[in-house]
Write a protein that binds this ligand. Structure first.
Ligand SMILES: Cc1cc2nc3c(=O)[nH]c(=O)nc-3n(C[C@H](O)[C@H](O)[C@H](O)COP(=O)(O)OP(=O)(O)OC[C@H]3O[C@@H](n4cnc5c(N)ncnc54)[C@H](O)[C@@H]3O)c2cc1C
Length: 593
């Protein structure tokens, strides 16, 4: 079964739950209209379903072979990418001054969901280019912008992000790549980077690498890291491609999943040194890279939603086809489709509800990110930035965790056939597994949430978020609609658990930080359950006010299912956060090697 973009649910989540319509009415996005948003989503859905999804399984089998330093992408990928840039998809959010359409990030995230549902290995490539554009636009000199941004924005060239080295993964303080001034304003870059996504490929004529390296005499640690632009081919003054730079792909990794995304070991400067240009200020490279990484984190979060959606669609279709077992009154030679069994219904609804909640969190994060730049007043921009900062680790970690969980449930719904590659369910699980790891592991996201985000504005940012969630629970209770069941009560209980854990967490950060770190991952899950539950409930309130339809009934049923079947885990999570730290930390005997 192939992917069909759920355009109606995507549009509903973006426009109603995440609040894009409210901002369109306020004129936050100029003359962008709801009709145009719908048209863009519709066309993206068509492209993802018809052009990208068919590449997914063949790409998985073909991989990205490397010969003589050149990577060959799977058959059909180059043509699909050419059509994709011709359709203007690469330039959706790019700055207007460099040929972009300057559309909201939220709209881009919704389209990214669809590219990634079509194929995660395809979707991750443009993600890095978007990040490179943002980092260059914010930090690079005018000359670098003029030379590189038009081609990156159009998609004619692609970008990469080069942080990781064998000894420096989560801990970039250990980074060793060197940059020596060449005396002409450029730098000679030397070092090895590993795991570089789309480090080498044949989709575009040039590849623009953004590389973290240390200048001579730079301070140790993260304060001594600078960012450099290193093109695969040097660019002549007239914009044409010149000499090959001293950067090469040494090998391509063999991986569990996303086989069609080339993950490269990159050698910079094995001969004379790769020519690079400083981006931003010396020793401030990590700051520049964070511009790129924040958006990339959201883009990886949406990969979790995307793969969960595809896995759900496929499992649902299979559950309607596969016949096993009987319902009372049937003869022994008959069987029902497995979707009739309560246990399969529960599994499918859990898949559906987790996917919908993660989608809502990602889109809310995207709208907040847009408002951080485009809100009319300074106070609005600050509040939106804090909301985006708070939600980004949730969007990244919760969505990618549920991506793996939902893909695994998808395999389970298929029974033995799920373990057999032909069905494609296994590929979703293999592909999903990388997203909790790259762009800052989910453990690092949880630490970021607890140590940096809870203290924003002296705790006011998280308090405002919890206040908003409470408001939704109150509206659900006031609506008192029979179809909402116990949704209001369950949300209230979930938010109670979140408040209890938050109070404990804030105190622990001051008195005993290790205890706070021990509870960071369950705390992130807890706040995501509360946030996701409230977002779906907001959708149910809106759906209830719209014309009755199967889609709106399904939205209400999904929100209720999430509140009554998924949110009850909140009490256990709060207990784990508050009461579990000692047993996490007192583990020397158990974990001795
Ligand atoms: C397919 C793929 C594509 C990638 N693409 C890119 C790319 O394009 N560019 C790039 O630069 N990198 C890329 N990476 C690298 C990726 O970002 C890193 O793998 C990731 O940041 C984790 O680093 P590590 O693998 O060294 O794990 P480690 O840092 O060794 O972490 C191992 C485990 O320890 C935990 N851990 C580490 N430090 C701490 C801490 N302080 N507190 C608590 N727990 C901790 C981690 O959460 C993790 O569970 C890619 C990796 C893969 C596999």
């Amino acid at each position: 079964m192939s992917y069909r973009a759920p355009v109606s649910d995507i549009a509903f989540t973006l426009r109603h739950i995440a609040g894009l319509d409210r901002e369109l009415e306020r004129g936050t996005f100029g003359d962008l209209s709801a009709d145009l948003v719908d048209a863009v989503l519709e066309e993206a859905g068509r492209f993802a379903s018809e052009e990208i999804a068919p590449l997914n399984a063949p790409g998985d089998k073909f991989g990205t072979p490397l010969q003589d330093g050149a990577v060959t992408m799977p058959p059909g990928w180059k043509e699909a990418y050419a059509k994709w840039i011709e359709g203007g998809w690469a330039s959706l959010t790019g700055p207007e001054a460099f040929g972009g359409q300057a559309l909201p990030m939220a709209l881009s995230i919704a389209t990214q969901e669809m590219w990634n549902s079509g194929s995660m290995a395809y979707g991750i490539g443009p993600t890095l280019t978007f990040g490179a554009i943002e980092a260059l636009h914010t930090h690079a000199s005018d000359e670098l912008k003029q030379t590189y941004l038009p081609k990156l924005v159009s998609g004619e060239w692609m970008g990469t992000m080069n942080l990781t080295e064998p000894q420096a993964g989560s801990d970039l303080a250990l980074l060793r790549a060197r940059a020596e001034p060449r005396g002409d304003g450029t730098y000679s870059i030397k070092g090895t980077k590993i795991f570089i996504t789309y480090g080498e490929h044949d989709l575009t004529d040039n590849i623009v690498h953004l590389v973290l390296a240390r200048l001579p005499d730079a301070p140790t640690g993260t304060r001594g890291i600078s960012l450099f632009l290193v093109p695969k081919f040097l660019v002549n003054d007239d914009g044409s491609l010149g000499a090959r730079n001293d950067v090469r792909c040494q090998s391509v990794e063999h991986k569990l999943g996303i086989h069609a995304s080339p993950t490269c070991v990159m050698a910079f400067g094995d001969n004379d040194g790769a020519v690079g240009w400083l981006v931003g200020e010396e020793n401030r490279g990590l700051n520049c890279m964070f511009t790129m990484m924040n958006n990339a984190r959201l883009s990886v979060g949406i990969q979790g939603v995307a793969i969960a959606e595809t896995a759900y669609q496929q499992a649902l279709a299979y559950a309607h086809e596969r016949k096993q077992g009987r319902v009372p009154g049937m003869s022994q030679d008959e069987a029902v489709p497995i979707v009739a069994h309560p246990d399969i219904k529960r599994t499918l609804m859990t898949m559906r509800a987790l996917t919908a909640a993660a989608r809502a969190i990602c889109y809310e994060t995207a709208v907040a990110t847009d408002l951080a730049h485009r809100s009319a007043d300074e106070a609005g921009r600050k509040a939106a930035q804090e909301r985006a900062n708070l939600l980004t680790p949730l969007a990244k970690a919760f969505s990618t965790d549920i991506g793996v969980e939902v893909a695994s449930m998808g395999v389970q719904v298929h029974g033995g056939m799920g373990f057999i590659e032909e069905t494609g369910a296994a590929q979703h699980l293999r592909d999903a597994r990388i997203a909790p790891i790259y762009e800052g592991t989910n453990g690092i996201q949880a630490i970021d949430l607890v140590t940096r985000k809870l203290s924003m504005s002296g705790g006011a940012a998280v308090a405002a978020y919890i206040g908003d969630l409470r408001d939704v629970a109150r509206q659900v209770a006031e609506a008192n609609h029979p179809a909402f069941g116990r949704m209001g009560d369950r949300l209230d209980a979930t938010i109670d658990a979140l408040e209890r854990a938050t109070t404990w967490m804030v105190a622990a950060l001051k008195s005993n930080p290790d205890h706070a770190l021990a509870g960071a991952t369950p705390y992130l899950r807890l706040i995501a359950l509360a946030g996701g539950g409230a977002a779906l409930a907001r959708g149910a309130l809106i759906a209830h006010g719209l014309e009755a339809s199967p889609a709106n009934a399904a939205r209400i049923a999904t929100a209720r299912f999430f509140a009554e079947n998924v949110c009850p885990a909140a009490d256990g999570l709060a207990e784990t956060v508050v009461g579990g730290a000692d047993t996490v930390l007192d583990t020397d005997a158990a974990l001795a090697s």
